[in-house]
Design a protein around this ligand. Structure first.
Ligand code: C5P
Length: 243
């Protein structure tokens, strides 16, 4: 059998050319990185968990009319997705103060925010994905006003869906990041949710105990990352209760 063509290898995933034009195979690795890859480890089983969880979230988003790149899961570590042109921005939505925002603005972690707050970062590993403003985005042509409006609308719909889903299993969605891709249909373009949605890209806190069930477990050495992700998957019914 011919080897597949690797298109791109990132910190947590590898992308291969898909079987049909316009498709890509997204392979989830066990590698965990933080602080722009200064801290790294291999967490056995993380890729399998994120493949299943991202499938679950993206499929759920599809059922409420939020377009995503997800087509189908192929196996334990791979899913088939639509090939898109990734817009070079990370869209972050925050419901509670945490992480870089708490630090930057001198807020208490867990402090309620007056409303969900959207932030933009430039996707650039070398620069550590810096926070950017709308002025930067338009002046440097990373996205148009229409693109940004559509991206924010998508991100807020993801927030509503994911917050409700998590609340139902006793978890607070503190914040998360999405990436958005451009899909061309002749001269028309559509923006859809791309990349992954998983505990690698969200902050998830147990409502009762405040226990962290996301990548902060790795970033801050709070315990076993795969156990935390398994707990999220179990509660959502993605894995059997005794997994
Ligand atoms: O680190 P920070 O507080 O800015 O992260 C906000 C949210 O975005 C967190 O849920 C984090 O996991 C996610 N994020 C991400 N990838 C990045 C930066 C942040 O998934 N490059």
């Amino acid at each position: 059998m011919a080897r597949r063509k690797k298109i791109y290898e990132g910190k947590a995933k590898i992308l291969y050319e898909g079987p049909e034009p316009g498709t890509i195979v997204q392979y989830f690795k066990d590698d965990a990185t933080a602080f722009n890859a200064e801290k790294r480890d291999v967490i056995e089983g993380k890729g399998v968990l994120n493949n299943r969880l991202s499938e679950f979230f993206m499929t759920g988003l599809g059922t409420v009319g939020v377009p995503t790149h997800f087509l189908k899961r192929l196996n334990m570590r791979e899913q088939l997705v639509r090939q898109v042109e990734i817009i070079p921005l990370e869209i972050i939505v925050r419901n509670l103060a945490a992480g870089t925002m708490a630090k930057r603005l001198g807020l208490e972690e867990g402090e309620a925010l007056p409303r969900p707050i959207v932030e933009y970062c430039l996707k650039d590993d070398k620069l550590g994905d810096p926070l950017v403003s709308e002025e930067h985005i338009f002046a440097f042509g990373w996205a148009s006003q229409q693109d940004l409006d559509d991206m924010v609308a998508l991100a807020l719909r993801v927030n509503d869906f994911m917050s409700g889903l998590m609340y139902g299993v006793g978890i607070k969605l503190v914040d998360f990041k999405i990436e958005v891709g451009r899909l061309w249909d002749g001269d028309f373009q559509r923006l859809i949710v791309a990349d992954e949605i998983s505990p690698d890209s969200c902050r998830l806190w147990d409502i009762e105990t405040g226990q962290k069930l996301d990548k902060d477990v790795f970033r801050r050495d709070l315990g076993n990352l795969a156990d935390a992700y398994t707990e999220v998957a179990r509660r959502l019914g993605v894995l059997p209760a005794n997994a």
